[in-house]
Ligand binder design. Structure first.
Ligand code: G6P
Length: 364
């Protein structure tokens, strides 16, 4: 076991550090910086010309990647809706032959996700698997597959596969935008550029991380909250999921807009709030930051704006390199992976095998 951890104390920490390499594989041969295009081997231009709407079905971390992608797609004019696969399987929303169901699953074996795919197919939808595992059940159940190529992930808490899922789904989004709306998204060049820089940007986060000091400073808190808007919302949910899975501390993620509608009642000086800024809707999230600070909560901002207003108001900043807002969520998530890891390590938790959880849930 020691050998395969490659000198790291935990698989999770190793896998966090493998992200630059994983992302290089995810994008390899799929970007054309010259024309701002995305080239997906199995999906030549026109493949998705008759797609009318997208349903993204997944569980856990993969569901957060699905939510992230749905935001990207909707912003490009593609009707796209994320579903928790377990719920989708219970109440299949109306599908037509123009519905593309994108099933996101690291393992390709999650029972709820497989069930959702079967039901969608039975209702007449086209299906596409986004997975890490070649030959997995989901690739057999779906009409087509897009591999994320992150490499094997052993830690129960998914890390590098989330980054690779979001990146592969961003590629898919650009491909879909061209086919469904008839033209490349206005930002295609910038996105392709940001994706090509992403492995290096993640490396920069890993090299300069101050997450362990943040984890230490707030280790005696009552609860940990994570907030964000747009794509930062699923990143907030993922940050909280990672934190609770491996530290066993109470952690919750919220849409920043939701705060006033309940969660604010939980906010005290002993509930640090991690606020995720991607460069889009930052002003509104900053006003939420001021609201929680007025209740005494310490605020950790995850942002690329390290010398502006956000840093002025935040108690601490976890910096990310400046990039396109659609890609910034991946970098913010790496910071949150590190916070969760260090918090769990301080508590001496069995990080790679948290109690009661499994890497792959093959029962409903
Ligand atoms: C379990 C794992 C999670 C994972 C989820 C979905 O809950 O512990 O890390 O996100 O299953 O798994 P999948 O393989 O479908 O992505």
């Amino acid at each position: 076991e020691t050998a395969t951890k490659g000198g790291y104390e935990h698989f999770m920490y190793k896998e966090i550090h493998e992200q630059p390499g994983a992302l290089r594989r995810t994008i390899h041969g799929r970007l054309n910086p010259l024309n701002g295009g995305v080239e997906l081997e199995a999906f030549p231009p026109g493949t998705f010309a008759d797609v009318e709407q997208i349903h993204l079905v997944a569980m856990g971390t993969s569901h957060h990647a699905g939510m992230y992608a749905a935001s990207l797609m909707a912003a490009r004019g593609i009707p796209a809706f994320p579903f928790m696969a377990g719920e989708y399987a219970v109440t299949v929303p109306p599908v037509t032959p123009g519905t593309l169901v994108v099933a996101v699953s690291q393992s390709g074996e999650t029972a709820d996700t497989l069930d959702a795919v079967r039901r969608a197919r039975a209702a007449g939808a086209r299906t596409l698997a986004v997975t890490n595992v070649v030959g997995s059940s989901i690739t057999r159940e779906c009409d087509a597959e897009l591999l994320i190529r992150a490499g094997p992930e052993i830690g129960v808490a998914a890390t590098k596969t989330f980054s690779s899922q979001v990146t592969a789904l961003t590629l898919l989004t650009e491909r879909l935008a061209e086919d469904v709306t008839g033209s490349k998204s206005g930002d295609a060049h910038d996105i392709v550029d940001a994706l090509s820089r992403l492995p290096g940007d993640v490396q920069e986060v890993l090299d300069t991380a101050t997450a362990s000091a943040i984890a230490a400073e707030y280790q005696d808190s009552d609860a940990y909250f994570f907030i964000g808007r747009g794509i930062a919302h699923p990143v907030a949910l993922e940050g909280a999921l990672k934190f609770k899975e491996i530290s066993y501390e109470h952690a919750e993620g919220f849409a920043a807009s939701e705060l006033k509608h309940g969660p604010l009642a939980l906010v005290t000086p002993l509930t640090p709030v991690f606020a995720i800024f991607t460069g889009e809707e930052d002003e509104a999230t900053l006003s939420n930051v001021k609201e929680v600070q007025a209740r005494g909560a310490p605020v950790v901002a995850i942002t690329g704006d390290t010398d502006g207003e956000i840093s002025e108001f935040a108690d601490h900043v976890l910096a990310i390199p400046e990039t396109h807002p659609d890609v910034a969520g991946v970098l913010a998530n790496v910071q949150l992976q590190l916070v969760a890891y260090h918090a769990a390590k301080l508590l001496d938790r069995p990080i790679d095998k948290p109690r009661n959880l499994a890497k792959c849930v093959t029962v409903e």
